[in-house]
Design a binder for this molecule. Structure first.
Ligand code: ADP
Length: 638
């Protein structure tokens, strides 16, 4: 697979453009498992609507045959012999039939809703879980910066919109088709000439509805955009409230919020204006149709119609006709809504399937064996790598014997974290190879690589859950004793015991806030519990005070003793004892050796050490100049 493509910012957009017939995919790929629910929904929908249309017909029959006694009482598909002969009997039969059609109607409305909802909910669930799983496996580049918000919106808004269409949309459209076809058929059956007249407003309604949709859609888009910017403004201001207060900018911010809110109000008001014109307008058109049908129908019944109207109409038929004409208008008006819902669902399906087709997953041979870690020896063999066009690592080569500790030092942006990301196989090198115990990472299963490595980073993320769950995250079968022992080794046990509910205290977002140092100790406990072959400490003690650092260092020493360890550190005192120190600058290893050897070389490391140890006040001019140049380059890149 082409991994390069993923570094393209628009990989997601490109994939979206390539999606072919998204709605078809939705039904065939996800609807297949819910065929029964779909058929139940559809069939019940048809039957329920047919039953809905029955009472006016029965009413017409009752008026003509029982009350007016103009015609004889006969029912379609029912032998005349079964029909009671007395007027009373016929009245009761009609009542019974009307009651039955309502009763049966209720049952079919239930099964219709059951079917459609089941279909929609299950498809939604499957789409969401599938999309999430696919997204989770995408390359890390995908998650860099701005994509998160977009992903969130695919996972929630788009999936919900699909569900809305599958439920309401399918329901409405089936009702629409049946009502329109069914009523038109009944109308023509009762009196085809009057039916032609009664249906005259239909094209008018269609044109009117089309106008409405075309006018309202851009207005709704404005509403959505303005509510979006209003929400971001509010969110931003709430999280930055401390800055607002200290900078004394309350009134400035109040003005900005007012401005955003006013924009939202204006956009909404504009849309409301159109919306509240449409429905009364529709009522007017349908009312006009009603009056014309009423006058003409009445004239036909009493025999005074213009000569072209050669057909007959009974009183009952007239009543049924009027009722049906009224029922006809609203499904027509809904037509627009259904089309609208379909268009939105179509766009959402495109985004969902676009996400699923986004390239950028690492190539993983399906038959790859798991990594067989033995000593934890690591080798970087001429590794060159870049996130985009420019390479971030250049011909990086080094080997680490199993059990050794390697420290990576160097200025920010030198590529230290990138070296570690390649070890965790977040990315593959463009050139060269990374090997663990002689096995190229590309030739083994990805999960087995990550299982072999414990990672403690400078930014410790805690999941919303208990402290216990956070320590045991990834080692789900750990016993309480093991969890406690890990916490003790990480110097975390004491503060955890002092939390309101000890190990059962909820932490993470929405939970008790832990300090940076406490979070880091939880992360270290997590790594200790995992007991990995290789440990990566990415500035693992950066967030703690010197005293805690000393404590943690003790537990880290124990943790790293017999294990291959990579340590990234700015404070050189923490990695002084490493077996090998690699000094990186601009993606290259510029110095390597033990602490003493590097001091003897009197290069970048020796000078950094001297500054940090307070032996000299500042870096020699040569190094300062290099740093300035580097900074200028990065700024230019940004
Ligand atoms: P260090 O850990 O030494 O501070 P990094 O490995 O984080 O350095 O970064 C090395 C270079 O790669 C920097 O120029 C940085 O801007 C760039 N970089 C890091 N991560 C990404 C990324 N996800 N996408 C693009 N560039 C990145």
């Amino acid at each position: 697979m082409d991994i390069e493509a993923a570094s393209d910012d628009d990989a997601f957009e490109d994939a979206r453009d390539r999606v072919d017939r998204p709605m078809w995919q939705l039904f065939t790929e996800y609807g297949r498992g819910q065929r029964l629910a779909f058929v139940l929904g559809l069939v019940s929908s048809i039957v329920a609507r047919m039953l809905d249309l029955l009472p006016p017909l029965l009413l017409a029959l009752a008026i003509d045959a029982v009350i007016e006694q103009q015609t004889s009482y006969s029912l379609l598909f029912v032998p005349d012999a079964w029909i009671p002969a007395t007027t009373m009997g016929q009245l009761w039969l009609t009542a019974g039939l009307i009651a039955a059609s309502f009763g049966l109607g209720a049952i079919f409305h239930y099964t219709r809703n059951y079917g459609w909802n089941k279909f929609a909910q299950h498809v939604q669930h499957a789409v969401r879980t599938d999309t999430y799983e696919t997204m989770q496996r995408l390359n890390m580049e995908f998650f860099a910066d701005k994509q998160t918000g977009e992903m969130m919106s695919v996972l929630s808004n788009d999936v919900n919109r699909l569900e809305k269409f599958l439920n309401d949309g399918l329901n409405s459209s089936s009702r629409l088709v049946i009502m329109v076809l069914g009523i038109a058929a009944y109308l023509f059956y009762i009196n085809w000439q009057l039916a032609l007249v009664a249906l005259l407003p239909v094209p008018l309604i269609a044109v009117f509805t089309k106008w409405f949709i075309e006018t309202i859609q851009p207005k709704y888009a404005d509403v959505r955009a303005s509510v979006g910017s209003l929400n971001s403004r509010l969110e931003n201001n709430l999280s930055g409230i401390q800055i607002i207060k200290t900078a004394n900018t309350e009134s400035y911010e109040a003005d900005r919020v007012e401005e955003s809110s006013q924009e939202y109000l204006d956009a909404n008001w504009d849309a409301i204006g159109t919306r509240i014109t449409f429905f009364p307008g529709l009522r007017l058109v349908s009312g006009l149709g009603f009056v014309v049908t009423f006058v003409l129908g009445g004239l036909i019944v009493i025999g005074q119609a213009p000569a072209v109207f050669t057909t007959e109409l009974t009183t009952g038929g007239f009543v049924a006709f009027i009722i049906y004409t009224q029922r006809f208008v609203w499904p027509m008006a809904q037509f627009g809504q259904v089309i609208n819902m379909y268009q939105r669902a179509y766009a959402s399906a495109e985004r969902v399937f676009g996400l699923m087709k986004t390239p950028g997953r690492l190539d993983e041979a399906t038959d790859a064996p798991p990594l067989a870690a033995t000593d934890g020896a690591v080798e970087y063999d001429d590794v060159t790598f870049g996130y985009g066009e420019d390479s971030v690592l250049d011909d990086v080569s080094f080997t680490v014997d199993g059990g050794d500790t390697v420290a990576l030092v160097g200025p920010t942006g030198a590529g230290k974290s990138t070296v570690m990301k390649l070890l965790l196989r977040m990315y593959d090198p463009d050139d060269g190879a990374v090997r663990i115990d002689g096995q190229d990472l590309r030739d083994v299963q990805i999960p087995s690589v990550r299982r072999a490595i414990g990672y403690v980073s400078q930014e410790t993320f805690l999941f919303y859950g208990t402290v216990r769950e956070n320590i045991a995250y990834g080692t789900f079968d750990a016993t309480d004793d093991e969890i406690r022992a890990a916490a003790e080794a990480a110097e975390a046990h004491q503060f955890v015991e002092n939390l309101p509910e000890g190990y059962e205290t909820m932490v993470g977002e929405r939970g008790v806030k832990l300090s940076g140092g406490q979070r880091q100790r939880v992360a270290i406990a997590r790594a200790i519990l995992k007991d990995p072959d290789i440990l990566v400490l990415d500035e693992a003690t950066s967030d703690v005070d010197t005293e805690t650092e000393m404590l943690i260092q003790r537990s880290l020493d124990e943790l790293t003793a017999d294990r291959t360890t990579f340590a990234i550190a700015h404070r050189l005192s923490t990695i002084k004892g490493a077996d090998t120190i690699l000094v990186l600058e601009d993606g290259r290893v510029v110095e390597r050796g033990s602490h003493d050897e590097l001091l003897a070389q009197d290069g970048l490391y020796a000078n950094l050490w001297a500054v940090q140890a307070g032996e000299i006040d500042e870096l020699p001019e040569e190094f300062v100049q290099r740093a300035i140049q580097r900074r200028a380059r990065t700024d230019a890149d940004d």
